[in-house]
Design a protein around this ligand. Structure first.
Ligand SMILES: [Zn+2]
Length: 482
């Protein structure tokens, strides 16, 4: 029985979608004015794995995500870059899609741009005005939070705090209440604008989400997700809008929020210089490494990105890789002892059961992965004793493939690059030095190889060459000296 933590009730609840096995889920998408950073990767990888897990469990999931392609930040950045907001948003939407593709975040059914839903946005504002929730002042249409009695039910508050993700267009004089938010902003010269019967302008941030979800799901649906910092005022405002319009509640059955990602204990920010884009991260690390790093942490827990986490994660992913390689070798061998067949079957079934139990318990991926590592430990020791038969190895691989349907970091297409000639020559040179027992020179060559992005490890079979990039695992065993 799948249980998930609901931010609205602040407890774990049994997951029962509104309609049998059909799930409508909406997750707040990016504001496309810059490259996605590690915090975005955390949110979207978590939801991608979650949606894929639901599909594997037989749910039919419609995963909807918006693209905020009109916003203060876009307008300001476009001005800085001497381009138009439209061009800037198009460019960064493309970059976002590229990053998501490289991270295998490919479960979204529909991406919906705010600017493609202006008609729906205006229709909601019109209804809010006619019901008395909206009011017009000099620079736009605002929502009167004092009219909506349930305001604050998701976050437990009604006032903005310093860490909230806010939109600057909500700050204006003449509002009825301090916390009132903008539904429609009348346009200033040179700003993007759309015609409407209440004045030329552009939509506020919160209204685009409810306009999009109402169009595809209606006023009520199953899951709304996003990063934790969107709870207030963004998600609170969404509830106020759609529940006031439809008179139906709750807007969604389950509110699902992912935790923060900090860098060495601090919030990621451009001013602190610790802002890491996905693109930069992937220059030195593989996308599967990032997926693993995200998924090995529970989605609600904070992740602190630091060197210790990186080196530990690197060791863990290498353990997985070694195990998979050994299993593949074993599964292609004809002869292996078979007397332990039952033992392996029991072991796989036990892991499978534990894994699913943990995933069903509010997606407890760290505990699910702990049972996977137990299987790896046990399996490794049996493999070393040659006690895993060909079929057993195949069974384990089949289990790993199944869970990798949503984890997407166990099996990954290896990069096609070959070890370059110059690296091979340097390794050869180093071997010569070693044979002459000139250790100092050998170490110097190893350093030179490292600087070129490769790593040499000495094994009984000869030097093993690896790409320094974590998780690429492009290895080659030489027969003695290369
Ligand atoms: Zn949103």
């Amino acid at each position: 029985m799948l249980k998930i933590y609901n931010t609205l009730s602040r407890k774990k609840e049994v997951f029962r979608p509104r309609k049998a096995k059909k799930v409508n889920i909406f997750v707040c998408g990016p504001t496309v004015y810059d490259f996605p950073h590690l915090g975005h990767a955390r949110t979207y990888i978590s939801f991608d794995a979650f949606v894929k897990y639901l599909r594997q469990k037989g749910f039919s999931v419609f995963y909807l995500q918006n693209i905020t392609d009109i916003d203060d930040k876009i307008i300001a950045r476009a001005k800085e870059k001497k381009t138009t907001p439209k061009k800037l948003a198009k460019l960064f939407e493309k970059e976002y899609m590229k990053d998501m593709k490289s991270l295998k975040v490919d479960s979204v059914t529909k991406y919906a741009r705010a600017t493609d839903h202006i008609k729906e946005i205006q229709s909601q504002i019109k209804r809010l005005l006619s019901k008395g929730y909206g009011y017009k002042i000099e620079d736009g249409i605002y929502y009167d939070i004092s009219k909506f009695k349930d305001y604050g039910k998701l976050s437990g508050r009604t006032m903005i705090m310093a860490e909230d993700a806010v939109s600057r267009i909500d700050e204006t004089k003449g509002k009825r209440n301090k916390g009132d938010f903008c539904l429609w902003k009348f346009s200033k010269p040179e700003e993007p604008k759309w015609k409407s019967h209440f004045g030329e302008g552009r939509p506020g941030w919160h209204i685009e989400d409810t306009a999009i979800t109402e169009k595809y799901f209606g006023p009520q649906y199953d899951i709304h997700g996003g990063a934790k910092d969107l709870i207030f005022p963004h998600h609170e405002a969404e509830i106020a809008q759609i529940e006031a319009i439809s008179g139906k509640k709750p807007m969604v059955k389950y509110w699902f929020h992912t935790g923060f990602l900090t860098v060495k204990g601090e919030k990621m920010s451009k001013s602190l210089g610790n802002f890491i884009t996905v693109r930069d991260f992937l220059k030195e690390n593989s996308p599967r490494f990032l997926r693993f790093l995200v998924i090995k942490n529970h989605y609600r827990s904070p992740i602190d990105y630091n060197e210790k986490l990186i080196s530990q994660t690197k060791k863990e992913i290498e353990r997985i890789d070694e195990f998979v390689t050994k299993l593949k070798t074993q599964s292609s061998k004809r002869k292996a002892k078979t007397q332990n067949l039952k033992l392996i079957k029991t072991l796989v079934l036990k892991t499978q059961k534990e894994f699913e139990e943990m995933m069903d318990n509010d997606f407890n991926t760290p505990k699910a992965l702990a049972s996977l590592f137990e299987l790896i430990n046990r399996g490794n020791s049996l493999l070393d004793q040659n006690l895993i038969a060909q079929n057993d190895a195949k069974d384990i691989l089949e289990f790993l493939r199944k869970i990798d349907g949503f984890l997407n970091f166990i099996f990954w297409k290896k990069p096609k690059e070959k070890i370059p000639e110059n690296i091979l020559k340097l390794v050869e040179k180093r071997e010569k030095c070693r044979k002459q027992k000139n250790w100092k020179a050998a170490d110097e060559v190893r350093e030179a190889i490292k600087k070129l992005g490769w790593w040499v490890e000495d094994t009984k079979e000869g030097p093993k060459i690896k790409m320094v990039s974590v998780g690429h695992c492009l290895t080659r065993l030489s027969n003695g000296c290369i």
